[in-house]
Design a protein around this ligand. Structure first.
Ligand code: FMN
Length: 185
């Protein structure tokens, strides 16, 4: 079993990273698994240039020569893809969106890259996460991945103060249990 973890937050050890870590802990619990982490903020990934080479070329490769190819090279063999991102201005972070746009090169062959994979969307937020879930739900029929959502509010609604998810063990437990479940499929 291989899981790819895409870290979309610029804050290492922040909320989405911490929930992803609980998921990974559970995922590792049973059996022989491989985890490949990509900290998008530390990678050199250019935004899609809309050249459509990936659509029109025979091999559907992206012509931009950058770190995105590290992700492309392991994506096909991943059983699980974790998309861990805070909500920024109503959507995923720019770091995550740039990587997502570059997934266009893998969209040409759903059977090879998407069908049957377990997706885990880890979304941390103060007010709103539905737009990002809406994206995954909207493309799910076509790409036929299995969607699991861990959406975690990181703000106390009464005091309106932010807290770190590490102070909410029940939230970490849910991620851990999902990790166990997907790790033992
Ligand atoms: C620039 C910025 C924009 C944000 N925009 C939103 C937003 O639109 N909706 C929301 O619910 N939370 C928003 N937040 C709050 C974060 O999503 C939230 O604090 C999250 O838990 C941070 O996760 P992290 O620790 O993994 O970075 C924003 C935070 C920042 C820094």
């Amino acid at each position: 079993m291989r899981a790819i973890v895409l870290h979309g937050s610029p804050r290492r050890g922040g909320n989405s990273d911490t929930i992803a870590a609980s998921f990974v802990k559970g995922f590792k619990e049973r059996g022989n698994v491989e985890i490949i982490d990509f900290v998008l903020n530390d990678m050199n990934i250019r935004p899609c240039q809309g050249c459509e080479s990936c659509m029109t070329s025979q091999d559907h490769k992206c012509v931009i020569d950058d770190d995105m190819h590290q992700i492309y090279s392991v994506f096909e063999d991943a059983d699980v893809v974790v998309w861990a991102t805070p909500m920024y201005w109503g959507y995923m972070t720019a770091q995550m969106k740039i990587a997502l746009d570059r997934m266009e090169a893998l969209a040409m062959d759903p059977e090879k890259y998407w069908v049957g994979k377990e997706f885990v969307a880890i979304l941390t937020y103060r007010h709103h996460y539905q737009s990002t879930v809406g994206f995954f739900e909207r493309v799910q029929d076509y790409f036929r991945f299995k969607l699991n959502v861990l959406a975690v509010c990181t703000m106390d609604t009464e005091s309106r103060e932010d807290f770190h998810v590490s102070s909410k063990p029940e939230m970490l437990e849910e991620a851990y249990q999902l990790g166990i479940k997907l790790g033992s499929v």
